[in-house]
Design a binder for this molecule. Structure first.
Ligand code: XMP
Length: 512
């Protein structure tokens, strides 16, 4: 049986981060409901248990508790934050309440000797979360690390192999955190580093099969990284029980529909339904200039079209989505509660409720880079896996003001040239995004002997880590000159190209 670490989830925003850290150590872990019975954990071959943090107070009535028998299983237990307090409380210590929960840096001081701290120098920087406090240790425990604010920042009962910490080893602000996790996994639980992404594929495929049975699944394929990987994974699991629906809303990049069809229908042999709804979208957008209204119309129309397409497929039970665990680590805030910074996911809309379908989200535990690794394992190309983000409303928010087919066609051509040059210069993969924006501004130019009066294309090329902030990329002038030249010469209707040199904030990445 595969060695497994169970992460019991008490509701911390970081539970997924803990699981990710364990995967980074090439050890298999599974997030399980906090109340999972000890007998079940034993049956599954769990060799170590991590109690996650969580928003509750152990002093509150009905606060979530694990099965007390987990402490009799003879396997190591590591409690983080709320998990530490649980251990304290359930094993006979005393906890006192503190009303406010704060986050902040701390300095962990300790004497050498704890297996958990092997290879780490004192003092070490840690990221604290101060909630309730341990006032008296349970029997058998001793403090092995202190911080400015806590005499019991790190406690252990090395005989029973129980460990608890007030701080978060899983976040980047605890630089020694990975060492602590490694020490727990390898030094204390005796794990081997033999888990691979291909094992993840196998496990997901089995889990999808079990969940779906002989039912049908639909997935809204956008051609972006997440939905593409989800499609490939689910197809591997259930083949033709999956149908992908691709909506061509007329706001896509040049040749996008054909490329997506080629890859998924022709290459992967995935059942795919393409809906060509350009006319409908454009008619609903006619005369609309306001960006928010445009977004709303596009979103609403998408749901209508998608709903209709699904009904035409017949009886479907599951709606699959490429939802990921949002990227919390890179955007951890230093000042406030880091968890509050999690971005809301653009793609989790009101679809499933409206359609009365069960959700299938096989990428939910994963981070973007893991999804890419998974996609590569499934045979998706670098080009697909490293595509720049493309907004749901598509070119609808890249044609400033009113949307017209003629504007979209011009933008598609100009944007395709920009893409070509980004790829051939090798710059594409160093950028967060590069795209063109159509400005409905006519300016005067001269071509040959003729005066022209045409539109403007703005180039938006940005570098970013997470889209929360972004900088305009310093693209070499020669390359900019080539792009501008090509667009003006090759795209009818454009006689001027400008470069957007605003950063975010105060500007945003998209123009609308
Ligand atoms: P802004 O313009 O807010 O964009 O700086 C930040 C990132 O989000 C993308 N974006 C969207 N993605 N649906 C999406 O799926 C949307 O409605 C949407 N609006 C913006 C944008 O491309 C950038 O990467």
């Amino acid at each position: 049986m595969i060695q497994k670490i169970a992460v019991l989830d008490f509701g911390s925003q970081y539970t997924q981060v803990i699981a990710r850290r364990i995967r980074e150590c090439c050890v298999y872990s599974e997030i399980m409901p906090y109340g999972t019975k000890a007998s079940e954990l034993k049956k599954q071959g769990v060799v170590g248990i991590i109690l996650s943090g969580g928003p509750a107070s152990v002093l509150a009535r009905n606060s979530p508790r694990p099965d007390p028998k987990i402490f009799d299983m003879g396997v190591p237990v590591l409690g983080i934050c709320y998990g530490l307090q649980l251990m304290g409380k359930m094993l006979g210590g005393e906890i006192v309440s503190s009303k406010q929960r704060e986050y902040g840096f701390g300095r962990l001081s300790f004497k050498a000797g704890s297996l958990l701290l092997k290879g780490i120098d004192s003092p070490a920087q840690v990221w604290n979360s101060h909630g309730d406090r341990i006032e008296k240790l349970p029997a058998g425990f001793k403090a092995v690390g202190v911080t400015e604010n806590s005499a019991y920042a790190l406690i252990e009962d090395s005989k029973r192999r129980f460990y608890g910490m007030q701080f978060h080893p899983e976040v980047v602000h605890t630089p020694c955190g990975m060492d602590i996790i490694r020490n727990f996994l390898f030094g204390i639980c005796g794990c081997k580093a033999d888990w691979k992404m291909s094992d993840y594929v196998e496990r997901s495929v089995a889990a999808i099969r079990e969940k779906v049975g002989d039912k049908k699944v639909i997935l809204g394929l956008s051609g972006g990284v997440d939905s593409s990987v989800a499609a490939a994974l689910i197809h591997k699991a259930i083949g033709n029980q999956l149908t992908c629906v691709f909506v061509d809303n007329g706001l896509l990049r040049k040749d996008e529909r054909v490329k997506v069809e080629r890859l998924f229908r022709d290459n992967f042999k995935i059942r795919m339904k393409t809906v060509r709804a350009e006319r409908l979208f454009l008619s609903k957008l006619k005369g609309v200039k306001d960006p928010e209204r445009k977004r709303k119309i596009i979103g609403k129309t998408f749901i209508q079209v998608f709903d209709k397409a699904v009904k035409s497929i017949g009886k479907v039970d599951f709606l699959a989505q490429g939802t990921l665990y949002p990227d919390v680590i890179e955007s951890v805030s230093i000042a406030g509660n880091p968890a509050s910074l999690i971005k809301s996911h653009h793609n989790v809309g009101g679809l499933p409720k409206k359609m009365k379908l069960k959700l299938l989200e096989p990428l939910r535990e994963l981070f973007k880079d893991e999804v890419r690794a998974l996609g590569a394992e499934l045979g998706l190309s670098k080009e697909v896996l490293w595509r720049h983000p493309f907004p749901g409303p598509g070119l609808g928010v890249r044609v400033v003001g009113e949307i017209k087919k003629s504007y979209l066609d011009i933008l598609r051509e100009a944007d395709a040239i920009l893409m070509e040059e980004m790829y051939s210069s090798g710059l594409y993969y160093n950028l967060w995004q590069a795209f063109g924006v159509f400005l409905p501004v006519k300016t005067v130019g001269v071509m040959g002997d003729e005066r022209t009066y045409d539109n403007v294309i703005a180039l938006r090329v940005v570098e970013s880590q997470d889209a929360m902030t972004a900088d305009w990329a310093h693209v070499p002038h020669e390359l900019l000159a080539k792009i501008s030249n090509r667009i003006i010469n090759e795209v009818k209707g454009v006689n001027r190209v400008v470069l957007d040199i605003s950063s975010k904030p105060p500007a945003t990445i998209e123009w609308e």
